[in-house]
Design a protein. Sequence first.
Length: 73
Amino acid sequence: MSDTWLWMTAADLGRAFEAGEIDPREATEVYLSAIESHPQAPGIYARVTADRARAEADAAAARARAGLRRGPL
């Protein structure tokens, strides 16, 4: 896992997912960890749906393996 992923654009992350350079589930865990550890998270986020984020990441990984990309982001 890499904290540098937190600073990548959505387009760059999408390309990295498609190329197999970054696993969507791993990236999601990095983002969820950053949210959880942020001292102001309760005031920033009304709701964090971690289970849904993980499910969406798994679906994105499956699409990437199949060569199916929804769009540039």
